[in-house]
Design a protein around this ligand. Sequence first.
Ligand SMILES: [Zn+2]
Ligand SMILES: [Zn+2]
Ligand SMILES: [Zn+2]
Length: 241
Amino acid sequence: MRGACHCGAVRFETRSAPGDASICHCGQCRRQSGGLWASANLPAADLSIEGEVRWFRASESARRGFCPVCGAFLFWQADGSPGIAFALGAVDGPTGFHDPPGIHVPDPAPTPAGPLHDSCLCGGVTVTFDPTPGEITACHCTQCRKISGHVPHSFDDPHRVARIAGRVATFTSPGGAVRSFCPICGTKVAFDGPSGLLSLEAGLFDQLAGRAPDLHIFTADKGDYYDLPEGASAYPGAGPD
Ligand SMILES: [Zn+2]
Ligand SMILES: [Zn+2]
Ligand SMILES: [Zn+2]
């Protein structure tokens, strides 16, 4: 299996069959992916990585690797473990996995009244959003899968009222969308679309943990390793707008 980040600066290749696939809902993976992170494990000696990975320690016991250029969240490795996890969303072509179990799944969240205020994993970037967030959108396009490592969740900020404090890095995707992330920890912050519509990454806010997406877009491009939730509002392309 081969994979790469969105910009192509980091590439990886597996040399043995990975196992233990899962979709992680923990607060650390939510921040780095912007939504949820899907991964599979194999011995670290069987994963070759090319390109510069930036590692961040969100806990005492593990490190998380992302591409410093585009921000894609790619790897997770526990200290003292012979294994490493890589992002299934970054794989090019079929993965052979089917519906990996969710782990660290929070209780379903009620719709919060707002305001939202939270920070990235390292604390360097904070985001405040006073209105009640609207629909949460899960994007399954290849760009978003590679950036997030699975599927990012976001909501629109049509009047651009979010207050983003701290230093963010940006990467402009082919097509003109500007994606911003914390350059220290890789937390996804926002998606500034080519039409001028700003969306904020839901994964950054603990208040939105457990809030299921209201709609799923670009499902024609989704990965082979998961199914959409039953009865989901799903659009093969850009959605209802
Ligand atoms: Zn990259
Ligand atoms: Zn996690
Ligand atoms: Zn950070």
